[in-house]
Write a protein that binds this ligand. Structure first.
Ligand code: NAP
Length: 292
C-alpha cells in the first residue's frame, strides 16, 4: 500500500480541517495516482471534501470510531485492525492512504512508498505528517525538478520504506472500485419460457430484476462498520472475498452474474433465447415490461 500527501516546509498537512493550499498540478497528480484505486482516509479528511462526499471513480474506505456511522458510497471501518483485514482483500498497489494526519501516522509502517508533494512555504499548519527525512526506514528514491505556481515553489518526491510491516494482500477483490460507479451497459440472453412454466418464469424474472437492479445501482448506500465486522467473521468461515460477500447480499452484481442466470434456469439451452442489451436508459422500461 502507498500513501500520498502534500506538505509544507515543516511537514504541515492542514489547518482548521482544511488543506493549506491547492496547486492545480498537484491536484492533477493526486487524481492520476488515485484513479481506480482503493482510498483509505480518516473521517475528518472525508469531511474536508466538497460536500463531504467520497471521491468518484475510487473505492472510498473511511475509518471512524462512530459505531453507527453510514455514509453513502463509503465503506466505514471502525479500527485499524478492521481496516487491515478488509484491505487485505485487495492488491497492495491498489490501496492508497490519503490522510489525514492521524491516519497517515498509524498506517505509515504498512506503506511501502509515499508520494510527497513538498511545498516550500510555512502554512502555519495545525496537523503534521511524520518527517520522513528523520525516520530511519524512509528515504527519498526519486525527486522531481522544482516547479513554480504563482510564486510557490514545490517538487514531487517519492519516498520508499525499507522496514515494511506486512499485511498479506491477497488480491481477491481488485475490481471492487468498479461497483462504486455507474455501470454503462449489460448484455445477456433473455429466456422465453413460451408459457410452459409460469412459476419458473416468475422466479427467473424476479431474480433477473434483482440482479439488474444491483448491476445498475452503484454501491452508494455505504457499508457500515457493523457490516464490515460481519463480513470479516463470515470470511473467516468461508475464506471468501468482500466482493463475493456483497454479491451474495445482492448489493452488487457483475455483468457475468446477469449473464450466468440463464444457466441456472435453462442449463441445456433448450428454451428460446433473445439477446438483450440494456443501458441505464433502456433498463427501467425493460424492468417495467418484464415485471408486468
Ligand atoms: N496535505 C494533505 O495531503 C492532506 C491530506 C489529507 C488530509 N489533510 C488535512 O488533514 C486534516 C485532517 O487530519 P486529521 O488528523 O485531523 O484527521 P483524519 O486523520 O482525517 O481523521 C481522524 C478521524 O479518523 C478516525 N480515526 C483515526 N484513527 C482511528 C482508529 N485507529 N480507529 C477508528 N477511527 C480512527 C477518527 O474518526 P471519528 O472521530 O469519527 O471516530 C478520527 O477523528 C485536515 O486539515 C485535512 O485538510 C491534508
Amino acid at each position: 500500500m502507498k500513501m500520498i500527501a502534500a506538505v509544507d516546509s515543516r511537514w504541515g498537512l492542514g489547518k482548521s480541517g482544511e488543506l493549506l493550499t491547492s496547486i492545480p498540478d498537484d491536484m492533477r497528480f493526486f487524481r492520476e495516482k488515485t484513479r481506480d484505486r482503493v482510498l483509505v482516509m480518516g473521517r475528518k479528511t472525508l469531511e474536508s471534501f466538497p460536500n463531504g462526499k467520497p471521491l468518484p471513480g475510487r473505492l472510498n474506505i473511511v475509518i471512524s470510531r462512530a459505531k453507527e456511522l453510514r455514509i453513502p458510497g463509503v465503506i466505514v471501518c471502525r479500527s485499524i485492525d478492521e481496516l487491515l483485514e478488509l484491505i487485505a482483500d485487495f492488491s497492495s498497489d491498489d490501496v492508497m492512504v490519503i490522510g489525514g494526519a492521524a491516519v497517515y501516522h498509524q498506517l505509515l509502517p504498512y506503506c511501502d512508498a509515499a508520494f510527497i508533494t513538498k511545498m516550500q512555504f510555512d502554512g502555519n499548519a495545525d496537523v503534521f505528517l511524520d518527517d520522513l527525512d528523520e525516520l530511519g526506514s524512509w528515504s527519498a528514491a526519486e525527486e522531481s525538478e522544482i516547479f513554480d505556481y504563482e510564486g510557490l515553489k514545490y517538487s514531487f518526491v517519492e519516498y520508499k520504506n525499507s522496514d515494511l510491516r506486512a499485511i498479506g494482500f491477497s488480491g481477491l477483490s481488485s475490481h471492487m472500485a468498479d461497483y462504486f460507479r455507474l455501470k454503462k451497459a449489460v448484455e445477456f440472453e433473455l429466456i422465453d419460457f413460451g408459457g410452459h412454466s409460469d412459476d419458473c418464469e416468475k422466479a427467473y424474472r424476479s431474480e433477473l430484476l434483482a440482479l439488474l437492479e444491483a448491476f445498475f445501482r452503484p454501491l452508494g448506500n455505504g457499508f457500515s462498520g457493523a457490516d464490515v465486522e460481519s463480513f470479516l467473521t463470515e470470511r473467516e468461515a468461508l475464506a471468501d472475498s468482500l466482493e463475493n460477500y456483497l454479491r451474495r447480499a445482492k448489493l452488487i452484481a457483475s455483468a457475468e452474474d446477469v449473464a450466468a442466470l440463464g444457466e441456472k434456469y435453462d442449463p441445456g439451452k433448450e428454451l428460446t433465447r433473445k439477446t438483450v442489451l440494456l443501458d441505464k436508459e433502456t433498463y427501467p422500461p425493460f424492468a417495467r415490461k418484464i415485471s408486468e
